[in-house]
Design a protein around this ligand. Sequence first.
Ligand code: ATP
Length: 419
Amino acid sequence: MIIIKYLHIGIDDTDSPEGMCTTYLASQIISEFKDNGIELADYPRLIRLNPFARFKTRGNGGVSLKICNDDKAGLAREIVLSYVEKLSMFDCDNTNPGVIFYEGEITNEMREYAFRAIYEFISIDDAEEFGKAVGCEIHKFKKGRGIIGAIAAISLPLDDFTYELLTYRASENYGTKRQIDYESVYLMDNETFPDTFENIDYSEDYIAIEPKTPCPVLYGIRSNTVRALETARNLVKVNEPIVDECIFKTNQHTDMHIQKAESISDMKQFGCYEVIGEVKNKPKVIDGGHMFFFIFDETGSIECGAYEPTKNFRKTVSYLKPGDIIRVFGGIGEHNTFNIEKFQVIELNDVEYQNPICECGKRMTSAGKNKGFKCKKCGKRISSSDKIPFKISRKLENSQFYETPVSARRHLSKPICRY
Ligand code: ATP
């Protein structure tokens, strides 16, 4: 049996808010690999890490490539390092690229490290120590913070995954309005959803495949299958040149950032969880349009927030009422508030209580605390203070999931259409 040895390549932290994108750098490297007869052993991977990481530019994504560790591996390393040197946004203080080369099998401890990079914060020193201990060749540029994500990008197992097709613009068009024919995007969504998803936010009439930053990406389409991406690419029309394109295998939209919490007190700030709780109070909007309410269980309570950018989702949240049991998915942010990405109704509280109706047909009123009820019309009194339960209709449904709109969704959040 022939055992193929692989070289894993991880790259992160090459871009800045002013430009570049690590996926573009990867696609340039892949083109150069092709010109030199170097083949990838699998799709390039775009791995999203801790959504709360402090120094992220946008979506905290690292990239990894896997090739055969043969006589071309030395050349591959040279190509990677020269492209990172050439294209990284070194002028930005927060751009601190890191490149990792790793020969051999990904070990369990590397897989565990990758999950830590999604769930927790890791320092550059810890990443470097870990990388050296497992045998990574480490290249730091400036502070080299990118090694944190680069090690995770090569190490993360992808039991669940999606694909993203990214197309890239000609450099002279960077920063200008993207020339995408929106009608064709609606058509593409119509023909390929739910195999592709997150294309359009219909509630906001927002074209989500189009980035809003000056980066080289023209558009990105997300999908469960490569075949659907190929169909989608043929349907989307643009009026500017596409100089390159690349399909990445990714942990986007898998909920990989979400940990199952047994109880509310198990959750920590800057972690992302799913947890079950009972709604304590009617959701309320505060200045700025953010909506808040508390959930509780036997271990404690936490404030949940549906923020202004989640738009219509706040309306759905407003239908919750005290006594509803819900499973919330989201992360605990800066103000210790649970930022809801979606929720599932476990059991609606569909019972309300009212005063009894008198024999004469009139609704009775309270006769005072613990003094029962009296009828203002005929004067009848009853001694029991028990109100009468009645079933109400609700705008929410048991077992249903309710999610934030596409325009406000995290890269890692699993949309309902993927369930
Ligand atoms: P883009 O989405 O455009 O690729 P980005 O949001 O991924 O940009 P980066 O420029 O890659 O932003 O910066 C994120 C930085 O955070 C990287 O240096 C990465 O190594 C680091 N990082 C990733 N995960 C963690 C973590 N768990 N703890 C600390 N730092 C992290």
